[in-house]
Ligand binder design. Structure first.
Ligand SMILES: Cc1cc2nc3c(=O)[nH]c(=O)nc-3n(C[C@H](O)[C@H](O)[C@H](O)COP(=O)(O)OP(=O)(O)OC[C@H]3O[C@@H](n4cnc5c(N)ncnc54)[C@H](O)[C@@H]3O)c2cc1C
Length: 461
């Protein structure tokens, strides 16, 4: 490739990889900059493109769930990353969970072999002067963060997010733990999840230990997260709250949250381990398969910032995990995103420079799929712009259109990262009373029809 590409993309994560593919497929010559493995982010562990840093789930596949709607849109728009995710999928009930290593290897292979994409393993420290997409993610390097802050003129918004521990299967005591999917909805006959049941007494002792456990010290400005959400400042994704912080919200917070026992009955004899009645445990810790070989399992919803020795001590109080071997401990990480309502257009263009796009978590879109989707749109729009067409804005009734609309129209004072959900879609135009599920189906159906119509009209132009 010549030294001057048509398009420069910074960040070979979920958004940057998808963006590079989309732009290259449409004929652009792309240079994709990725600083790993030379410079690390602190959370990524490999040099692979599109590495998943925490959970290995891309959300529900069900067509009437928000993530299912977004998956359908990505499929309709020929997302390369979704194709790779489906090829690396693991059994996980109705969720699209992947073997993380296989997934990023597939993406890396597709990108590396594309004739119009050149991968450069180098940290970028300034904003390119030519056409570019900034997709450097929540862990954007310090020097680039500074350059982005100078460009936007806005203060950076940092907050912290937590990742869950992983244990080896052979270290789980299956005489206590049992395999099952909630309400028997898994793909595997014996159940996709490993469940560790707790009695009320065990649950209470566990919660008490969690609350008083020693945590990794946070720096001063990071301590704001401890108080919960502070508008426009540093905060966690609500869905990724550290388990010890959730536990402090109330004695039953975990029993109604990640440790809820609904839809699960324990096939082992309940009385032997002291359940108060029947076979439904008082609380459950679920573990989800983390690699294709099925040898590693992550603790679902157990993001934590406890010190490593405390994680070992306290998580081993969970029945079935008494001898758990921790292959990865939970950790807490930085997150960076721009003030999108002020500086981005719904086409993901920077407000003061039409040839500069932002994509991924740095825009304030949260979640793996949303980040892939914004990458797709930015790559597509960059190609349109450079080929003399106007960049597009998707209908707000589609999930991707609604996400882009939300981040660019939200109240700046309360701006928080947003993931795909039905709440950001415009209300249905009907007076008919509907249940939650029925409404979700109607939203999904409308999103599909409107995207089809939009694409047909676009082709006709
Ligand atoms: C610790 C953590 C856990 C998360 N867990 C989840 C989860 O469980 N589920 C979920 O849906 N979402 C999660 N997220 C949020 C988000 O979905 C992921 O971070 C996702 O990977 C973001 O995609 P992205 O493409 O925007 O950024 P990334 O995938 O992080 O890609 C950005 C890339 O840019 C590179 N880069 C950074 N700076 C530079 C530079 N200056 N020059 C060159 N390259 C650079 C990085 O190395 C990285 O590869 C998590 C985020 C964090 C930080």
């Amino acid at each position: 490739m010549s030294t001057t590409p048509d398009l420069t993309i910074i960040g070979g994560g979920l958004a940057g990889s998808e963006a590079a593919w989309q732009a290259a497929q449409r004929g652009l010559r792309v240079q994709l900059y990725e600083m790993r493995p030379t410079v690390s982010t602190g959370a990524h562990q490999t040099g692979d493109l599109a590495e998943l840093v925490c959970s290995n789930s891309l959300g529900s596949r069900l067509p009437d769930r928000a993530s299912g709607v977004l998956q359908n849109e990505l499929r309709r728009l020929d997302s390369m990353l979704l194709e790779c995710a489906e090829a690396a999928a693991l059994p996980a009930g109705s969720a699209l969970a992947v073997d993380r290593a296989a997934f990023s290897r597939l993406v890396s292979g597709r990108i590396a072999s594309h004739p119009r994409i050149e991968i450069r393993r180098q940290e970028v420290t300034g904003i390119p002067s030519g056409p570019a997409i900034l997709a450097s993610g929540p862990l954007t390097s310090a020097s680039l963060s500074k350059a982005i802050a100078d460009l936007t003129g806005e203060e950076h918004l940092h907050f912290y997010d937590a990742i869950a521990p992983i244990v080896s299967l052979e270290s789980i005591n299956m005489e206590v733990a049992f395999r099952a999917s909630r309400y028997g909805k898994g793909e595997q006959d014996e159940g996709d999840y490993i469940n560790c049941p707790l009695t009320q007494a065990e649950y209470e002792a566990f919660v008490a230990a969690l609350i008083s456990a020693e945590r990794i010290q946070l720096r001063d400005f990071e301590k704001e997260v401890e108080g919960g959400v502070k508008a426009g400042a540093h905060h966690f994704f609500e869905g990724c709250l550290p388990v010890e912080i959730l536990a402090r919200r109330g004695r039953e917070a975990l029993a109604f949250g990640p440790m809820r026992p609904v839809g699960l009955t324990d096939p082992h004899n309940g009385s032997a381990i002291g359940y108060h009645s029947g076979k439904r445990p008082y609380a459950v810790v679920q573990l989800r398969q983390d690699n294709l070989a099925g040898s590693l399992y992550n603790l679902v919803g157990f993001q934590t910032n406890l010190t490593f020795p405390e994680q070992k001590r306290i998580l081993r109080m969970i029945p079935g995990l008494e001898k758990a071997e921790f292959v990865r401990y939970g950790q807490l990480h930085r997150n960076t995103f721009i003030a999108a309502p002020k500086v981005l257009r719904p086409s993901l263009q920077f407000h003061r420079r039409a040839d500069l796009f932002f994509a991924g978590q740095i825009t304030g879109v949260e979640g793996y799929l949303g980040n892939v989707a914004t990458g797709l749109l930015a790559g597509w729009n960059a190609a349109r712009l450079l080929q003399g067409q106007s960049p597009i804005t998707l209908p707000v009734t589609t999930m991707l259109g609604a996400l882009c609309h939300y981040i660019t129209h939200a109240d700046l004072a309360d701006f928080q990262p947003m993931k795909a959900n039905f709440g950001i879609l415009p209300p249905l135009e009907t007076d008919q009373r509907m249940g939650r599920r029925e409404r979700a189906k109607a939203y999904a159906e409308r999103a599909k029809l409107d995207l089809d119509r939009f694409l047909e009209e676009l082709e006709a132009v």
